[in-house]
Design a protein. Sequence first.
Length: 194
Amino acid sequence: MQQRRSNSERADTTRKALVQAGRSLFVQKGYAETSTPEIVEAAHVTRGALYHHFADKRDLFRAVLEREAQAVAEEIEASASPDLSPQDALVEGSMAYLEAMTVPGRTRLLLVDGPAVLGSADMAAIDEAHAARTLREGLEAIAGSLQRRFPIPAMTALLSAAFDRAALAIESGADPAEFKSAMISLVERVTAPE
């Protein structure tokens, strides 16, 4: 039993090293310019270890994106205080999303390289499992508290696109305060009682 746990811990350590090395290289060089020999060298593992844990470089890239998307969702969820109204919680979550996307390399990974490498359908599925899920849940809570009906899937998609555009603009050097203010106004208008 102890030997199995030790093997499991070693496998987990190797997988984490590969994801960490992959992330670093994908951010530094881009997906296309990153080679698997560079990844295994940076992770200090063998090529066999890479292919034991991942089918190929694309599979490793997906794992990197899943980890990034999960981190964004965790930051959004951590920002939600239970004593906030649903509208205030959505505003706080919105600001947490924009802040989470300022982690170096994250915007490039999730919003530029991710869709280019995995395609929009796969990226939409990753987003739906993480940040878009938190947005949808926030909109559902607002609809319930206001007893107001609005098309939650469409609203989630549209607001998500607005958040992504704001993150890209901030990454490109736009004034973060200006975009945060605009996103607060947008969220407040969309979720205002009728």
